[in-house]
Design a protein around this ligand. Structure first.
Ligand code: FE
Length: 345
């Protein structure tokens, strides 16, 4: 649209009077995070800054393909992705440009930003989620499933359920294990989990929670917000499912529970770079942090921001793993090899 306008002005011979850069009163957002509630922070940003947001939502792979084919003429300013594995993939594909911002460095802890080689960070975590263990107390003794490592214990043969090991949520968890224990031990763990499967991996995290509630699975892995969503659902059937399972914060006596993020970065060819940085800075504000976290039952990335979420409160306090998300993302290459070798499809 900006290009069309520029072309028109050029034809009219007015170009000398106009700056040859895109108007900074708009921002083009590509987002793979599509929760209805996200509209609240887009609207609030426009209200506060007068910057109009043009939003394109799609799957992470569709958006990344689109960015690659648009190349240098892409109108997109920022890309929002969920999960370390996907953020790292976009970073490796050269889609982001580094950003140096005192506000972002102050508000977002270093381990939730991409690894800064001195030029600035390529992406910034704006909300956090945990990967938790859920179990059915009629099938499994809660004391036997306190840690991720327990899922490989032969005592759990025929009881463990997960989604496919090739999914970014699993690649990130396995990547974190590679970082903590080394590739060899992580592979032994993964092989142990696979040999404990109750069924071949299928469905998403909510499906694992449901199958745990029915007893088809004894214990499963899921992102925290999927359980919180069931706990807070207006449907009785969802709350009954949540009531039948128990949640565990894994690795509380060790590294802490594996964490992941929603992240955002300024794109390499962003036509509105200033507005893009301003938008990410806005996302670290008290109000936007609440919108981001509350919209999907997550935690803020900015530690001082407090949220009021009865489901997360009920799950209680826990120790999160402070491992750098950038390292987790990078370790996905090793994680993918492991998944392949142990047949975690
Ligand atoms: Fe999800």
């Amino acid at each position: 649209m900006t290009k069309l306008r520029c072309a028109t002005l050029l034809l009219a011979g007015l170009v000398a009077a106009m700056p040859l850069r895109a108007a900074d009163n708009e921002l083009n957002v590509y987002s793979a995070r599509h929760y209805q509630t996200d509209q609240r922070f887009y609207d609030d940003f426009t209200k506060q800054t007068g910057t109009r947001i043009n939003l394109i939502e799609g799957s992470d792979s569709a958006l990344m393909e689109r960015l690659s084919s648009e190349g240098a003429s892409s109108p997109a300013d920022v890309l929002i992705l969920v999960d370390a594995a996907r953020l790292w993939k976009a970073e490796e594909a050269g889609l982001f440009q580094p950003v140096k911002s005192a506000v972002l460095e102050e508000r977002i802890p270093a381990h939730l930003r991409s690894i800064d080689d001195g030029e600035g960070s390529k992406w910034f975590g704006v909300s956090r989620r945990a990967r938790i263990i859920v179990y059915n107390p009629d099938k499994v003794d809660g004391e036997k499933v306190r840690n991720y490592a327990d899922l490989a214990d032969p005592a759990l043969k025929g009881l463990v359920c997960t989604r496919s090991g090739t999914h970014p949520y699993m690649l990130s968890l396995i990547g974190a294990m590679v970082e903590h224990m080394g590739a060899e031990k992580a592979e032994q763990w993964a092989a142990g989990v696979v040999s404990n499967f109750a069924r071949s991996p299928r469905g998403g995290d909510t499906d694992q929670i449901k199958a745990t509630a029915t007893g088809e699975c004894g214990v499963a892995l899921a992102n925290s917000y999927y359980l919180a969503r069931l706990m807070r659902s207006s449907k009785d059937v969802d709350r009954e499912i949540a009531d039948k399972v128990r949640a565990v914060w894994p690795d509380q006596d060790g590294n802490g529970t594996h964490m992941n993020i929603t992240g955002i970065g300024v794109l390499r060819h962003a036509p509105h770079r200033e507005a893009a940085v301003r938008f990410i800075e806005y996302l670290t504000s008290e109000q936007a942090q609440r919108f981001l976290a509350e919209g999907n039952n997550e935690w803020p990335a900015v530690e001082s921001v407090k949220i009021d979420n009865p489901a997360l409160e009920k799950l209680g306090p826990f120790k999160p793993d402070p491992l750098a998300i950038g390292r987790i993302g990078k370790a996905q290459l090793e994680a993918a090899r492991i998944v392949d070798r142990v047949g975690w499809r």
